[in-house]
Design a protein. Structure first.
Lengths: 362, 393
């Protein structure tokens, strides 16, 4: 057994110890300002930016990463349930990508632990871009300006490879950050929040208890929780959504996929029945740009989300009713809104075209 | 079903006895002589039935088997183009272009090895390979299989034909293969087959002269014999380079990808922007540029010709052979300049056309069953699904 496996085996015990220790020290989870920007390899990140917007990464050359992660929508798509690849309809909401580098676990069910691996899944999986790594490599070679960027990033004699394309996109994603919000300024002691948002922040960290799960720089504990969010009716009403849900269940080898009628959440990944219907806590930055909310986009406004939490969530929820007044709920929403900063304009690279190349000269 | 297969085999044996001039290892390979097609061979593991054929016909036309639901078998194998494609190199899956001329499905059931380089061994495997290859169908198994399971009519048909609770993708390939085994020349409609059966008026005088050239002076029969008019062997002819290899970026992508996909040595991938043919299977440099002898049946409907579709007409093909083929390293010693006169070439073409049915084999494009909610829930906002005539989703 490697030290890594040993550490993982020992993890539950460590967690218990840590929990006991933190309880003893009574250390409340904290809000944190955004950390400094990540250091990236500029040539690699620039290549990644071109690849992020390049539809020829997808199987039929029609959809890029940016088709579902639209910069003007905080790199989400604005739909309750994302569409995915042509001929498919996905069964979950497309998450935004700003500050994705800070997420400890990626995807609503937490199946992503490493950014490059998630990029690979998105580009190659039948549900998202249905691409092929070998085809992608040859397509890059066929677009001379893009090939030049490739060699700038990977070396003068390098040849395109799908795996390295995913690495480059990951590098670009590390450059995407939320702007500094009013809350960041307040946390750094630079400026106070408006009174309503300030009251909301105190509720957030106090009576409403949001901070228990929503803490750290992204306001997420990165852990699975069950809120009892109602299933989106489209999952069973629109057959292509059902196809994508049941395929997901079959792909992750859960028993009896054809009997599935709802989103299994983290359970499909962990196989722990206790995690059926739970999802990784989403971050709370940039919410002004990323409606609708939650794993299936069931809530179109922050008011609805706050009301839902105030009620203690839905059936099977871990949450407890909060008994907030209408004024308090408004204050919470004001605080959540103060966590957004204006979106930075993203420079989209020009579209690349294929050129015929001399086949005997590489 | 077993009985059907037995009958098929009995027919094959009969046919061999009737038409093969001497004992041969396969009823399809009469040495150096042409023959009529026997009954279609049916593998024991996939017996034919009417219901299976009907299901296969639907699936053949159903684009939902492809990744983005755009491309069915029939997108590249069009009934109106002899179950092949009118372009030298067909587009294949959107965003691509294929590197080889796609062969006709007609009579494919008789070949022991499929594809220009003979790398696939059954129609079942070919169907799967084509619908899953990124450049052709790009359909990934779980996604496509789950789509089939949400089409109630398919669920019912798969259950009846295969006895499975839910459609299994491997059964889809079986059904498609069964359908393809019905796409064979009808000897009653093929002048040459009627000629073999004793109808002395079946061939025109030009075609009769062409037949004599075919078996004599032109020597075509050396490789084009048996019921398929193919020795199923691999030969290098030096077919001219397909110019799309130099001008079309998508073709260039396909060529490099195919070479890399077939895991050729690095130096080959870097220096040979061409189709190496049989070499991919054997890795023997002596097989570079060799391709399987195609059948000469149904040529009337399957232009353009050769593995790269470089010839648009049969006359061009005949001219090429008359000149003794082209230049290539492993060129077949059987190719020599023939010295045919223009009228003789016309006669040869007339004979080649007499190997086709007088009218093309067509099949009505079926109306495809709709994909519906799993539990039959139909709400007002997704309404009753329109009849999905083109397999739209």
């Amino acid at each position: 057994m490697s030290w890594l496996q040993k550490t993982f085996r020992a993890l539950p015990m460590l967690c218990l110890l840590a929990a006991g220790w933190s309880a003893a020290k009574a250390e409340a989870p904290q809000l944190q300002p955004l950390p400094a920007p990540a250091k990236v390899d500029p040539a690699l990140a620039d290549l990644g930016r071109h690849l992020f917007f390049e539809p020829r990464l997808s199987g039929d050359g029609s959809r890029s990463c940016a088709s579902c992660h639209i910069p003007a929508r905080g790199f989400a798509d604005g739909e309750p349930l994302s569409r995915g690849y042509n001929g498919t309809e996905y069964f979950r909401n497309a998450p935004g990508l700003l500050s994705v580098r800070l997420k400890p676990r990626l995807m609503w069910d937490g199946r992503g632990t490493e950014l490059t691996a998630v990029v690979r899944e998105m580009v190659l999986d039948a549900q998202f871009m249905n691409g092929n790594a070998g085809i992608i490599a040859e397509r890059i070679r066929q677009m001379p300006p893009l090939f030049a960027l490739w060699r700038r990033a990977f070396g003068e004699r390098s040849e395109p490879r799908g795996e390295q394309a995913f690495l480059a996109i990951g590098e670009y994603l590390k450059t995407l950050d939320f702007g500094r919000s009013a809350v960041d300024a307040a946390l750094r002691g630079e400026a106070g929040l408006p009174p309503l948002a300030d009251q909301g922040m105190r509720l957030f960290t106090g009576k409403a208890g949001c901070v228990a799960c929503h803490h750290g720089p992204l306001l997420s504990d990165g852990k699975p929780h069950r809120l009892g969010v109602p299933e989106h009716p489209a999952l069973m009403r629109e057959p292509l959504r059902t196809v994508s849900l049941l395929r997901h269940v079959a792909l992750h080898k859960l028993p009896n996929p054809m009997a599935t009628r709802g989103d299994p959440g983290v359970y499909a990944i962990s196989k722990d029945p206790a995690e059926r219907g739970s999802f990784i806590t989403p971050g709370l930055r940039g919410l002004n740009h990323s409606a609708p909310y939650l794993h299936n986009g069931r809530f179109g406004s922050l008011d609805e989300v706050v009301d839902f939490h105030d009620r203690g969530g839905g059936p099977g929820s871990e949450l407890r009713p909060l008994g907030l007044s209408q004024q308090e709920r408004r204050a919470l929403v004001a605080f959540l809104q103060a966590l957004s900063a204006p979106l930075e304009k993203v420079a989209e690279p020009p579209a690349h075209d294929y050129n015929a190349v001399d086949g005997r000269r590489w | 079903m077993r009985r059907l297969a037995f009958i098929a085999m009995a027919f094959a044996a009969l046919a061999a006895a009737a038409w093969a001039p001497s004992p041969s290892p396969s009823p399809l390979l009469g040495p150096a002589s042409l023959a009529s097609l026997p009954a279609v061979p049916v593998p024991a593991h996939n017996p034919m039935s009417e219901e299976k054929i009907a299901l296969g016909r639907l699936l053949f036309f159903d684009a939902r088997l492809s990744g983005d639901a755009s491309t069915s078998c029939a997108s590249c194998h069009l009934p109106q183009h002899g179950w092949s494609h009118s372009e030298a190199l067909a587009p294949g899956y959107p965003g691509h272009r294929l590197w080889r001329n796609n062969p006709t499905v007609l009579n494919a059931a008789y070949f022991r090895h499929l594809m220009w380089d003979g790398t696939l061994d059954s129609l079942e495997i070919q169907a799967r390979s084509a619908m899953q290859a990124p450049v052709e169908g790009n359909g990934k198994a779980f996604m496509v299989e789950m789509r089939l399971r949400l089409i109630p009519d398919y669920v019912e048909r798969f259950r009846r034909v295969f006895g499975s609770e839910w459609p299994q993708l491997d059964d889809a390939w079986r059904a498609i293969a069964a359908f393809e085994r019905t796409l064979v020349s009808d000897p009653r409609q093929v002048p040459f087959d009627r000629h073999l059966a004793g109808d002395r008026t079946a061939l025109s005088p030009a075609a009769r002269r062409g037949l004599a050239l075919f078996e004599g002076k032109a020597g075509c029969v050396q490789c084009h014999h048996g019921a398929l008019a193919s020795d199923e062997g691999f030969h290098a002819l030096g077919v001219p380079r397909q110019q799309l290899f130099d001008s079309n970026p998508r073709v260039q992508i396909a060529v490099r990808w195919q070479n890399r996909q077939r895991d050729v040595p690095r130096a080959v991938y870097r220096n040979r922007d061409e189709d190496l043919g049989r070499y991919y299977r054997t890795r023997d440099p002596a097989d570079i540029g060799k391709f399987r002898t195609p059948s000469l049946r149904e040529l009337k409907y399957t232009a353009p010709y050769m593995h790269n579709g470089v010839f648009a007409t049969l006359r061009e093909v005949v001219d090429f052979f008359d000149a003794g083929g082209g230049e290539t390293a492993n060129k077949s010693p059987l190719l020599k300049p023939l010295g045919l006169r223009s009228e003789e070439k016309t006669d040869l073409v007339a004979f080649l056309e007499a190997l086709s049915m007088e009218r093309p084999l067509l099949v009505a494009v079926p109306e495809l069953p709709p994909i519906l909610p799993l539990d039959g829930v139909v709400s007002t906002d997704c309404a009753a699904p329109a009849p999905a005539a083109k397999g739209s989703l």
